[in-house]
Design a protein around this ligand. Structure first.
Ligand SMILES: *Cc1c(COP(=O)(O)O)cnc(C)c1O
Length: 361
């Protein structure tokens, strides 16, 4: 069935192994983030055989599906008050930035007779989640340390997500310093100082990760084999562990400029075209309703993506040396948006290639 997302577990295991080694060599624990491929159970099971220390996801539903895997689970997204029951049930650690929510987690944890661990999110300037104001943070910690069934294990920060701020020795040192002063003030131990996602990995290579950062949360770097501060491939990692395979349904020579008065396209945009004469075009049976087509890269470098409507993607294949026929498959590498949307799309089949045999998912 096409379109299909091909998932090569062997390549993902190798990526996991390499990222784990990078982190463990600097005494940093790995919380493997599984959200970009919807935490497909059998894939996560296979990757859990590598030396990851935690499984992390933004959705409690995904963690619930992984409940049988014997590794501690982290809920990355700030919990909704409406889901606190599930959060205590299915995550060992949650990331939090709202005192009101932590109070509710405490009540639920008392009810479930559990100690729920939290890491408090600190915003170092990326302006997504986390305490930005230090006084507000300390006031919250003042109350949290007294909660019966909540144990604060550390601090966490997230960068390069909303504000595209790059992690640095300086901003991560602020996190370490903050943790140290809380430890001293409250006479508690904060072992879990989580210094970001795949965009923090480059600091390991440069040997600029501050001492005191004890955890990182790589997702994209394992899935797509690259660090995300600068977008560089990670040495030894595969960038093609995920591939999108689509099928050609039309092949024709057509002019490069539409004929007639130009209005707006199916999505309300007024397009502009360059006249390049008659070109060889292929139509693939995939479109904007299936996936985010802006983050695809044809594996045949001579193919150009012209555009897509809801169900059709149009390629210029004039310069390709491959003689494409109707029914042939065209393969794409995926960016982060492409991977996420292909994973969530019910129109894209998931085909998992295990180490020896392959099976449809
Ligand atoms: C998504 C996410 C990650 C993983 O990010 P990558 O860029 O995929 O490495 C880590 N931490 C949090 C809080 C996240 O939301």
């Amino acid at each position: 069935m096409c379109p299909k997302l091909e998932i090569d577990v062997k390549k993902l295991r190798e990526n996991t192994r390499i990222v784990c080694k990078m982190c463990h060599d600097k005494n940093i624990d790995v919380a493997m983030v599984t959200k970009s491929y919807c935490a497909i159970e059998s894939v996560v099971e296979a990757l859990s055989k590598e030396s990851i220390d935690y499984i992390a996801d933004s959705r409690i539903d995904n963690l619930k599906n992984l409940n049988h895997i014997r590794l501690p689970k982290i809920l990355l997204r700030i919990p909704m008050i409406s889901e606190v029951d599930e959060v205590v049930k299915y995550s060992d650690i949650s990331f939090n930035s709202e005192l009101e929510t932590i109070r509710r987690l405490n009540e639920v944890a008392i009810g479930q007779n559990k100690i729920h661990k939290i890491a408090v999110m600190v915003d170092l300037g990326d302006l997504r989640e986390g305490f930005f104001n230090v006084e507000e943070l300390l006031a919250a910690i003042d109350e949290v340390v007294k909660m019966e069934n909540i144990k604060i294990i550390g601090l966490a920060t997230n960068l390069t997500c909303y504000g595209a701020i790059i992690p640095s020795k300086e901003n991560l040192q602020r996190l370490v310093d903050l943790a140290k002063s809380i430890e001293d003030d409250y006479r508690i131990k904060l072992d879990f100082i989580s210094g970001g996602n795949s965009s923090s990995l480059y600091l390991l290579d440069k040997d600029e990760m501050p001492d005191g950062i004890t955890n990182l949360r790589p997702g994209e770097s394992i899935a797509l084999g690259r660090e995300t501060a600068y977008g560089n491939p990670i040495k030894g990692c595969y960038q093609d562990a995920f591939k999108l395979v689509c099928e050609i349904v039309e092949l024709k020579d057509k002019p490069s400029q539409p004929i007639g008065e130009i209005g707006v396209d199916a999505f309300g945009n007024k397009p502009e075209y360059v006249d390049r004469g008659i070109r060889r075009r292929a139509i693939l049976a995939i479109g904007k309703q299936d996936i985010d087509i802006t983050s695809l890269e044809p594996m045949d470098k001579a193919i150009e993506i012209l555009g897509a409507s809801s169900d059709h993607m149009i390629l210029d294949i004039t310069d390709s040396s491959t003689n494409y026929l109707i029914g042939d498959k065209v393969e794409f590498l995926l960016g982060y948006g492409g991977l996420m949307s292909a994973s969530t799309s019910k129109y894209v089949e998931k085909s998992i290639i295990y180490e020896k045999v392959s099976a449809a998912y």
